[in-house]
Design a protein around this ligand. Structure first.
Ligand SMILES: Cc1cc2nc3c(=O)[nH]c(=O)nc-3n(C[C@H](O)[C@H](O)[C@H](O)COP(=O)(O)OP(=O)(O)OC[C@H]3O[C@@H](n4cnc5c(N)ncnc54)[C@H](O)[C@@H]3O)c2cc1C
Length: 471
């Protein structure tokens, strides 16, 4: 019997979890090809951090890779480090991202060991740089291996490297004093430990970078700049938790953006009056976020991004308390200076960068040894540095979603919608490239479900093709 050829491009969380669920099918013959570059298989960018102490931003009890086994990660952790067994609240604590990377590697190895005889899996440490469709099948071109022909292709390429921020001249992108990929180890290497440094961006990647610098005993000042100056919040506050919001009630009638904003504001004010922590109001909305986003009009989505996205991102994606406390201490000691403003110009001299900043009309110049771009993943396909996605966009097999936040696809199953507006059968996209379509598609709690749903969809399609009369 002809085995269905499934090629997955990207071996991070989304890629391996899709493959793991595919491997759990025992009746359909599959040949899975998994292609991954740059990062160790299974770990991806997130769980192969430049600094060992970086923590997950989802607590241990909520980051199982398998949504139907909520304690799977917790049990693995205790099995791995039995001394943790007696710790109360272990499920509310945050493991390191390195530990999580080891967990995913174990899960992957286990799945390979238990793989049914009907499924083969071949992994390639290589870059896929082009994909072409011919007679209903796909030809995938790899840098160092022969072409692969596939019936089904899954794009699980993960987050894009940040784009060059506004105000920064394009030529500066090639400067050795500019670190464009904040997730690579070398952005923290070969620094003068006493000369100041500029981080562009004020979010989670900024925090990772600062912690990396602290671990390297960096003594200079760390400037950060962002247009809004928002500070990230801690995962939990010491005040009692406000619990009067009822998201089920809200979701009874498909709520508009205005209804959601009123709901959030009403409960924020009520929580303030009671001196209680408001975070649970947003946390409880999380299971509904994709549904809410999908029901918004394009106008509402644009309005949300323009007016509320920064507030949302800083409150929804919070910092584990130890990391938050460290940032506060560094600020109090004058080592970390968060500037609200924009870069106006950058001049490079022999041994430093002179960066001119516009801080609400006030012009300042700072002198730093390096600038690290921590503005977050670039979503817009126009700025993709991934040659595969660039080529796919050129040949029309993928195109940007209506908001320019990722790839256009069917929200139900991630099937790509090409430049002509038609679905591209058997070409799928997962993970953060679906941001414009689903919004909440960045972290493990959503991605694990997406991987299972996609694998189930692919298996059902195979069954339908083999036994259409039974379906
Ligand atoms: C620094 C960081 C920290 C994070 N921390 C958390 C956290 O604590 N908790 C949480 O829930 N989420 C976290 N996230 C979110 C994270 O994005 C997801 O949890 C998850 O790891 C995403 O997996 P992915 O497979 O989509 O992408 P990735 O893990 O990035 O994997 C994509 C892989 O595809 C490879 N690839 C790309 N293009 C090609 C190509 N053309 N050919 C071959 N290979 C290719 C990449 O090199 C990479 O190895 C974090 C993200 C980042 C960036």
């Amino acid at each position: 019997m002809h085995a269905t050829q499934i090629t997955i491009i990207g071996g991070g969380f989304c890629g391996i979890m899709t493959a793991i669920h595919l491997m759990q099918n025992h009746d359909i013959a599959l040949d899975i090809h998994l292609i991954n570059k740059d990062n160790p298989l299974a770990r991806g960018v997130a769980y192969n951090p430049h600094t060992a102490s970086l923590l997950l931003n989802v607590p241990n009890g909520k980051i199982s890779a398998l949504e139907n086994e909520p304690s799977h990660f917790l049990n693995w952790l205790i099995n791995d480090q039995p001394q943790l067994a007696g710790i109360a609240n272990l499920e509310c604590m945050f493991a390191t991202r390195q530990q999580y990377g080891r967990y995913l590697t174990c899960l992957w190895n286990e799945a390979l060991k238990n793989r049914p005889g009907t499924v083969t899996i071949t992994t390639y440490e290589d870059e896929a740089y082009d994909l072409q469709k011919e007679d209903g099948r796909f030809h995938l071109f790899l840098r160092h291996h022969p072409m692969i022909t596939a019936d089904v292709v899954v794009l699980a390429t993960g987050n894009e490297v940040p784009r060059l921020p506004g105000g920064v001249p394009a030529a500066f992108g090639n400067s050795k004093r500019y670190a464009g990929n904040p997730w690579k180890k070398d952005c923290l290497e070969n620094l003068d430990p006493k000369a100041d440094l500029l981080i562009i961006g004020n979010g989670l990647t900024m925090v990772d970078t600062v912690i990396g610098l602290v671990e390297k005993d960096f003594k200079g000042k760390i400037y950060t700049i962002s247009p809004n100056g928002y500070q990230l919040k801690p995962s939990a506050e010491t005040k009692p938790i406000y619990g009067d919001a009822d998201p089920k009630e809200l979701m009874k009638n498909s709520p508009s953006l205005l209804t959601i904003v009123k709901y959030i504001n009403r409960h924020r004010k009520a929580a303030k009056l009671k001196d209680q922590s408001f975070f649970k109001v947003l946390d409880d909305l999380r299971p509904y976020n994709q549904q809410i986003w999908r029901s918004f009009t394009t106008g509402e989505k644009k309005s949300f991004i323009k007016h509320f996205a920064n507030m949302w991102n800083t409150t929804r994606h919070r910092l584990p308390v130890p990391m938050f406390d460290l940032m506060e201490t560094l600020r109090a000691n004058g080592k970390l200076l968060n500037i609200k403003g924009k870069i106006k110009a950058i001049t490079e001299t022999n041994n430093k960068l002179l960066v001119t900043l516009n801080c609400g009309g006030e012009i300042k110049t700072i002198s730093v040894q390096r600038s690290i771009n921590c503005t977050g993943p670039a979503g817009d396909l126009k700025f993709s540095q991934n040659e595969l996605l660039q080529n796919l966009a050129v040949n029309g097999l993928v195109c940007a979603d209506a908001l320019g936040m990722g790839i256009n696809a069917d929200p139900e199953n991630g099937m790509v919608i090409g430049a002509g507006g038609d679905h591209i059968p058997n070409l799928f996209v997962t993970g953060s490239n679906l941001k414009g379509i689903l919004m909440e598609t960045t972290a493990v709690p959503e991605l694990r479900l997406q991987a299972r749903k996609l694998a189930t969809h692919l298996i059902e399609n195979c069954r339908m093709e083999l036994h259409p009369q039974q379906m």
